[in-house]
Design a protein around this ligand. Structure first.
Ligand SMILES: [Zn+2]
Length: 119
């Protein structure tokens, strides 16, 4: 039997789950990954609107008992000019995700008309 606890834990997944838990109206989590390994994430509604606050999470593992630290680069410039990848995190198995057309339309509302999904 699969043990959920053995699934790889990452600050990114944990932060996305937190946002979805705090904002039940969010159906996905928009993210921008920066070249330092940090990510900016924010909940997204079915209408493609951001919800809640923008979270800045570090690519570093969370230290016991503490919040994940923001790297020195991001403390200086917040990272908005260093985006290397952007996309949307959908919770659950792929067969429970919204239809591709809806996913793309939400992505385009958030990131602009150039948004595509990785194949
Ligand atoms: Zn950073």
């Amino acid at each position: 039997m699969a043990d959920n606890k053995s699934a790889q834990y990452s600050p990114f997944n944990a932060a996305c789950q937190d946002i979805l838990f705090e904002h039940p109206e969010a159906i996905g989590v928009a993210y921008r990954v920066l070249n330092c390994g940090c990510a900016l994430i924010c909940g997204a509604t079915a209408g493609g609107d951001p919800i809640g606050t923008l979270h800045h999470i570090s690519g570093q593992p969370i230290k016991r008992g503490g919040k994940s630290p923001i790297c020195l680069k991001c403390r200086k410039d917040k990272g908005l000019d260093r985006v290397v990848w952007e996309g949307i995190y959908w919770p659950g198995p792929q067969n429970e995700w919204p239809d591709k057309d809806l996913r793309i339309s939400i992505g385009r509302k958030i990131f602009g008309s150039g948004y595509i999904e990785p194949e």
